[in-house]
Design a protein around this ligand. Sequence first.
Ligand code: FAD
Length: 478
Amino acid sequence: MNTRMDRKKFLQLAVLSNLGLLLPSQKVAATTINALSFTQTFNTGNVTYFKKGEEGYEKLRKGFNKRINKYPQVIALCYNTDGVAEAMQYAIKNQLPVAIKSGGHCMEGFSCNNDGMVINLSLLNDVKWVSKSIIKVGPACILSALYNAILPKGKILPGGSCGSVGIGGLSLGGGYGLLSRQYGLACDSLLEVTMVDGKGNIINSAVDDDLLWACKGGGNGNFGAITEMKFKVHKAPALMKSFRFRAFKVNTGRAKDILKKWFELSDNLPPTSFSAYVLNGKTLYILLTSTEKNIAGIKFFIDGISALVDKTVVGKALPIATALKAYYGIQHPVYFKNASAGLYKKFEDIESYIADVMDIVTNTPGMIYQVNTLGGNIINNQFEKASAFPHRSYPYFSELQTYWDNEKQMPGLLNKFKDVQDIFIKNGINVQYRNYPDINFNNYNTLYYGNSYTKLQQIKNKYDPDNIISHEQSIKNA
Ligand SMILES: Cc1cc2nc3c(=O)[nH]c(=O)nc-3n(C[C@H](O)[C@H](O)[C@H](O)COP(=O)(O)OP(=O)(O)OC[C@H]3O[C@@H](n4cnc5c(N)ncnc54)[C@H](O)[C@@H]3O)c2cc1C
């Protein structure tokens, strides 16, 4: 990826910006870029700079969350690592705070900023084979493209479920999904990164183990722009089965009873299974997946939950590539707020007050409270030592979601959202997942990073002493 823009990238870019602006004749020498005085989009060969208001800027600016709109002064669309270093030096010279964007799915829009520079990595999205079990990936490769590249060779990287999320942001913050209990978090398979730091230098983690450690759970927009990622890939399971359970018109009492049973049963699931409890207004949905041919090991769960719900759908065993596609979700930007609502060890952590949460959710159409299983091989001593991700002893991760079509619905839903989050905070929830940030978390660094925070601050001091790379909840210099 460290080459100048090739034809494929050029065509991708032309489609992206719908422009003929990037012709080689308009190339400007990098050394001449030292002020914000340019009036037209220009291309240095390694980067194209788009200024606010210009054609092409809008498409590059937008992220997946339509709720959030920010307007950087400059967007640097980079073609390679040298281009990222060039853009970082430009930002330093012009004192522009930098945000970094790969797949653009940050739930609070931290990959964009107002009046600074956004380093847009969307063209760094290749997947290359280094060996039969190692790949080199651009951070903006989206998960569906990644799975399409490796599953035909019988390999898998345990990423997330949504097909349009970028592997960059996902794995730098941890990265969990349907297969994490089997293989670990996405960051646990990360072997090496190339990064442009906040001083504009290109660094490889092979010379600094602490940098790799930090990028496994603490690397989102904090001390550098990761431009290449080397991952170990695993032998993919052949198939996946999905079991879906539904209960309709549930009230708080029933939702709580089923949640209690779900915790009890899910605690004994094998690592080859994942489950989610999803309370969507008054409809309750429980998902169970398994990559094992034989369901003997999960029969207790199927029987236990079936006895409590109104409908059980037993899915067929599907080839893994087909099965994963069912979870790719919406691929286009939507209005939403989604955030971590705490990691838990057991039902008793929330038992005394979860009815208050459910009262709001069951009476708010468009609001979802979801609990997902972590655990399995995520709880692994070696992975724990090798990564900044601090929450491995919590086998459950919960999230709160709201979606709307009409902007008028937004204030009401956001108020309800805050009411629910306040219940968790008031009751002492003090562990949250960085990849599901909430702008309203006050002591976010402790919530996201726990005991890893002090060491992450040292890495920040080393690679970005002047805090060039920042967003609303980035790691602060010590
Ligand atoms: C619809 C949807 C589904 C999701 N499903 C899952 C899931 O199943 N599992 C899961 O774990 N998470 C999931 N997430 C959360 C997801 O992991 C985070 O939003 C992730 O940060 C998105 O990465 P991105 O590259 O797409 O986003 P971006 O918005 O580009 O980046 C997100 C953050 O990472 C930083 N960043 C991005 N690239 C780099 C880089 N190259 N170098 C340094 N910093 C960088 C950004 O500055 C920003 O702070 C989901 C999110 C959405 C919106």
